[in-house]
Design a protein around this ligand. Structure first.
Ligand code: AMP
Length: 508
């Protein structure tokens, strides 16, 4: 049986696992650790370093090192390094390649397939970008699984427990909360909420702001102007944050951080856990709010939760743990390492797909609704959030002008009424509509979300039975210029003669 890797591509760290001898195991890296930093350094000669070595060198080569690339997946942000342009997908592919090679080295065979995890709250663009990064590294992504779901699978399989589980996943860059029911080997996701831009990195930034302010008060030197110094402050801030998970006070000392006419200057200060908690209180409250909303979505109260799991490094922060313990009035499950549990769960799903395990099934939901823009800038929702995957919906569109040859459909992900508050997955233009008076053609547009959360669109002229194959522009892997050309073209066309009547007649 061909092995299928389980990959947790994290903002700060990544891990790879495989199913072996009846259980999932993480594959250690060359230094024996179970996780590798998601850091990439591109040397002047084009050599690429990933992991610990990249993180260590990165401090000296800030411009040639990319940290937290996961935050950029599916965005247009590019990195220009040593005269070459790198998309986030390319940078991420170096991490995937390192993980693949680590696994191949360990198992002594070539590996071509993987289950890859993403934050539950990832939209289609970010999922597509992640899949593309893995493909660039020579891996076929057989399934994308949401991180909290993967964690619950690993936990369920390794502990053999059943019941309602809440997974609270707070990592370096993202926050997710999911509620699952585990029964008879079926892992059913009941609700999921999250924020793709909330995590330990934000907490580090808060500490950095204070350190920079304190140094400026003392020396009138702004460390933000020196990117090497700033990078060092970030590193020390993260270290201090971690120390504050075990101690109530930390002494921060960064020697030779700057200099003035009197000579070298050092940053020396004290930071308490209380001060840290004050700094991050807004973020922590948000995680609690989202947790309560997820419970409401699942029509449950805290008392209905049989167990809760912590995933991600930031759940080591005492105030985070205390809040959740108070909410559920019980202790978290602690049998699986929060750093490895997601990769282990992905390996479990890989084993299901390769036929190594039979008695497990996964039923996941879409975190975000799907819809289209109607005239006037409002969103028409077609697929509701928390719909069980795979799911589909269709609607009938027609023309608003006589002899209109095409329509433009703007696909949106989210659930806010205003178009601008949602994520635009792209616009597509449907050509070749039958020549007819306005309102006569019936064009059925079908939206599908597969088990990996990937969106597909197809359209059919119901009179001619002609099928049109359409794809979402931004998800199609076009270059940024190509994408903007397509969108500009579409907008111009829209102004001229192509409008669509978005009055839905079909059942969603
Ligand atoms: P992950 O994305 O799950 O690898 O989580 C990484 C995040 O967890 C980073 O922001 C780390 O700084 C943070 N982290 C790791 N260990 C600790 C700790 N002991 N206390 C607080 N934060 C931590």
């Amino acid at each position: 049986m061909e092995p299928i890797l389980g990959i947790d591509f994290g903002t700060t760290n990544s891990a790879v696992a495989i199913f072996s001898k009846g259980r999932p195991v993480t594959i250690p890296n060359e230094f024996g650790g179970q996780i590798i930093p998601s850091a990439v350094y591109i040397a002047d000669n084009g050599d690429i370093y990933v992991g610990e070595s990249a993180k260590n060198v990165g401090i000296l080569h800030v411009d040639s090192t990319v940290l937290s690339v996961k935050r950029e997946m599916g965005t247009g942000v590019n990195h220009f390094i040593n005269g070459k342009n790198y998309t986030p997908e390319m940078i991420a592919s170096f991490i995937f390649e390192t993980l693949r090679k680590t696994a191949e080295h360990k198992s002594g065979r070539g590996i071509k397939k993987a289950v890859v995890t993403v934050p539950a709250y990832y939209d289609d663009k970010k999922r597509q970008a992640t899949r593309k990064a893995a493909q660039l590294a020579g891996l076929e992504v057989v399934r994308i699984v949401n991180e909290p779901t993967a964690a619950a699978m690993a936990y369920g399989v390794m502990s053999d427990r059943e019941g309602r589980v809440l997974v609270f996943d707070l990592g370096g860059g993202t926050f997710d909360v999911s509620i699952l029911n585990i029964k008879g080997g079926v892992f059913e996701v009941l609700a999921t909420r999250g924020d793709t831009r909330l995590g330990g990195n934000d907490f580090d930034r808060k500490i950095v702001e204070v350190l920079v302010e304190r140094f400026m008060d003392e020396t009138e030197i702004d460390l933000r102007k020196d990117k090497f110094a700033l990078q060092k402050v970030y590193e020390e801030a993260e270290k201090a944050k971690k120390t504050l998970s075990d101690q109530r006070i930390v002494e921060i000392e960064i020697p030779f951080i700057a200099a003035d006419e009197s000579g070298p200057l050092h940053l020396t200060t004290k930071f308490t856990r209380y001060e840290f908690e004050e700094l991050i209180t807004g973020y922590i409250e948000k995680t609690l709010r989202l947790t309560k909303t997820a419970l409401r979505d699942a029509k449950l109260t805290p008392e209905d939760i049989d167990m809760f799991l912590f995933v991600g490094g930031s759940t080591r922060i005492p105030i985070v743990r205390k809040n959740l313990k108070n909410l559920f009035n019980k202790e978290p499950e602690g049998s699986v390492s929060p750093d490895e549990v997601v990769a282990l769960g992905a390996a479990v799903q890989g084993a299901v797909m390769s036929g190594r395990i039979h008695k497990i099934a996964l039923v996941d939901v879409t975190p975000l609704g799907l819809g289209v823009e109607k005239e006037g800038g409002a969103m028409v929702n077609m697929i509701k959030r928390n719909a069980v995957l795979p799911t589909e919906a269709s609607a009938i569109f027609t023309t608003v002008q006589d002899y209109q040859k095409a329509v433009i459909i703007h696909v949106l992900q989210g659930e806010r009424p205003n178009v601008s508050d949602n994520i635009s997955l792209g616009s597509f233009r449907l050509d070749g509509i039958r020549k007819a008076s306005k309102g006569v053609p019936k064009i059925e547009v079908k939206f599908e979300i597969d088990v990996s959360g990937i969106v597909r669109v197809s359209a059919k002229d119901l009179d001619t039975r002609c099928e049109y194959s359409v794809k979402l522009d931004q998800a199609s892997g076009l270059s940024e210029e190509e994408i903007s050309a397509v969108i500009t073209d579409a907008r111009v066309s829209e102004l001229e003669d192509l409008q669509f009547n978005s009055e839905r007649q079909g059942q969603v």
